[in-house]
Design a binder for this molecule. Structure first.
Ligand code: IMP
Ligand code: MG
Length: 184
């Protein structure tokens, strides 16, 4: 087990260490706390990728809030964006009249977030904003406005801190870049 995890990690280059992620998430949490104080927002984690970010961000926001989740179709085992996103698992909360913050780990083409904004927006929340740890701006295909961004990154495929490549690497405590194995 340990050997195979170590072997898989050898292809991952650290982009943001666990310490840097923790510090940035804390900063974001304080900004959200200021913006939502007294509003009892619902923090919606977009599964599965946002599992770590959602849990850490919620604990970094020292105000009253609620948690919920949505699950969105993903790329499967591909590392390039493909197909139309749809909701696989819906919220349990009624969001009409509520302040909702979608928590994503990474926004790539923008299709998932755009679809969620449209679908959840139709339920008439009082407000609907997006917090993402990573914004892969060069990959954007659908225009979306992101309200809280941890870091803007390039087009590289990132893993760890909840993000996967074919379900691997989600448990890495840092954000890394998946490097292609070389044949030579
Ligand atoms: P989008 O709909 O293309 O913006 O992609 C959003 C979803 O694709 C994210 O919630 C992730 O699950 C997945 N994704 C996009 N880019 C990456 C990446 O670099 N690493 C891991 N997952 C990614
Ligand atoms: Mg994935």
């Amino acid at each position: 087990m340990i050997e195979s995890l170590a072997a898989s990690e050898s292809r991952v280059r650290v982009l943001y260490s666990a310490d840097r992620v923790r510090d940035r998430v804390r900063e974001m949490g304080l900004v959200l706390a200021r913006d939502y104080d007294g509003l009892r927002p619902i923090l919606v984690g977009v599964l599965k990728g946002a599992c770590a970010f959602h849990a850490d961000l919620a604990r970094a926001i020292p105000i009253e809030l609620e948690l919920d989740f949505v699950s969105v179709s993903s790329y499967g085992t591909e590392t390039v964006s493909s197909g139309a996103a749809h909701i696989l698992g819906d919220l349990r909360s009624e969001i009409a009249g509520r302040h909702v913050v979608l928590c994503e780990a990474v926004v790539d083409s923008g299709r998932s977030v755009s679809m969620l904004l449209e679908r959840l927006g139709a339920r008439r929340p009082a407000s609907l904003k997006v917090a993402t740890l990573l914004d892969k701006t060069p990959c954007r295909e659908v225009e979306v406005s992101l309200d809280y961004v941890g870091w803007t990154v390039g087009a590289e495929f990132v893993v760890g801190y909840g993000l996967d490549a074919a379900e691997r690497y989600r448990n890495l405590p840092y954000v890394g870049v998946l490097e292609e194995a070389r044949d030579s």
